[in-house]
Design a protein around this ligand. Structure first.
Ligand SMILES: Nc1ncnc2c1ncn2[C@@H]1O[C@H](COP(=O)(O)OP(=O)(O)OP(=O)(O)O)[C@@H](O)[C@H]1O
Ligand SMILES: [Mg+2]
Length: 193
């Protein structure tokens, strides 16, 4: 089956209710577009349209809770100025001919250069310094650095000469202003629409 629709830009507060009532965009994904390989323990990632990727949980007992939590941590990371992929919204993804809806985060596809995949010449450059700085920033800006040291959780974007951090499943925001920040983010998007 083909991709039926382009994801429209939609950042808002989602709840389980949106998923239960089918109030999220439905997107067809294809297993041949899987991009994370063995990298993701908890999730799988698929490329979707030109520059977008969708992350869905593998075998989570409560996949909706899992994705909602990750989505909000990721939005806060963006708000805090951490170099991480842009987010477009949440969706229900349908893999191949499956009728099982998988909750997913739709984000910017940053390419295939996770730090574990860099060649020796590339790895010798300033990339690892840039990575270390970004991770320090993450700690200073209130995030738990749970698995930030994994090379599979950082991507080198050579065009921008910049390392991006990914994976906000376990690297989560600990500040007690979490909901205040989220309200601000959602209000801004609401006004922009
Ligand atoms: N925005 C993105 N652009 C390009 N590739 C991505 C993106 N997000 C994830 N990937 C690819 O998918 C892999 C798995 O993603 P991610 O680390 O977010 O999943 P995970 O299951 O939460 O991982 P972990 O086992 O570390 O908990 C990454 O290592 C990377 O190869
Ligand atoms: Mg990971």
């Amino acid at each position: 089956m083909k991709i039926q629709n382009e994801f429209r830009k939609e950042i808002r507060r989602y709840s389980e209710w949106d998923f239960e009532k089918g109030r999220v965009q439905k997107i067809q994904i294809n297993s041949s577009n899987e991009i994370g390989g063995e990298n993701g323990g908890y999730c799988q990632v698929y490329s979707f349209s030109k520059k977008k990727a969708i992350k869905v949980p593998r075998n989570e007992e409560n996949p909706v809770d899992y994705i909602l939590e990750e989505y909000e941590n990721h939005l806060i990371a963006l708000e805090k100025g951490i170099s991480t992929p842009k987010i477009f919204g949440l969706c229900f993804a349908y893999l191949d001919s499956s009728t099982l809806p998988l909750p997913g985060i739709v984000m910017q596809d940053l390419g295939r250069k996770t730090l574990d995949r860099l060649s020796i010449e590339e790895a010798e450059a300033d990339i690892f310094n840039s990575w270390r700085k970004e991770r320090e920033k993450m700690g200073k800006r209130g995030f738990l650095r749970w698995d930030s040291s994994k090379r599979t959780n950082a991507i080198w974007v050579s065009e921008e000469k910049k390392v991006y951090l990914i994976d906000w499943g376990r690297n989560r925001y600990l500040g007690n202003d979490k909901y205040e920040l989220l309200n601000k983010i959602y209000a801004r998007h609401k006004n922009a629409n």
